[in-house]
Design a protein around this ligand. Sequence first.
Ligand code: FES
Ligand code: FES
Length: 157
Amino acid sequence: MPTSLSINGQDRSIEADPVTPLLWVLRDELGMTGTKFGCGMALCGACTVHLDGAPIRACVTPVSAVAGKRVSTIESMEDDSIGRAVQKAWLETDVAQCGYCQAGQIMSATALLKSNRSPSDDDIVAAMSGNICRCGTYHRIHAAIRRASGELAKGSK
Ligand code: FES
Ligand code: FES
């Protein structure tokens, strides 16, 4: 039986078995390859998407668990004011190296700034601790989140 999902504001009907991880539905059934496969075990954060605004690991989330909830992926971040601010800061800070982990990093950073516009250094470290970067871009990620937070603060004045 098809499962109904809300992905990036659009209602989608999915044929996959309900136990299929959301990651494979996004990538294989919907062709949305911005969300990456890294470890498949909730250890690296490459597959991070938002479920009702909170970051989740799509590789270990069965598609049945997101039925009736709002899923947002990296493909929709340019339509999100905070997601846009984060991506702008990422470019200005020249964060990415190979880029493989960066969609997941941006999703975690955006979720952080949605819940806390002025995170402390500790808040940033805690929120980003589950996102691994083989290239070691952690300092630039931290700086980009600071930059995005500053820009959002200016915009809200
Ligand atoms: S692929 Fe999901 S956390 Fe690594
Ligand atoms: S930029 Fe290469 S894994 Fe993070």
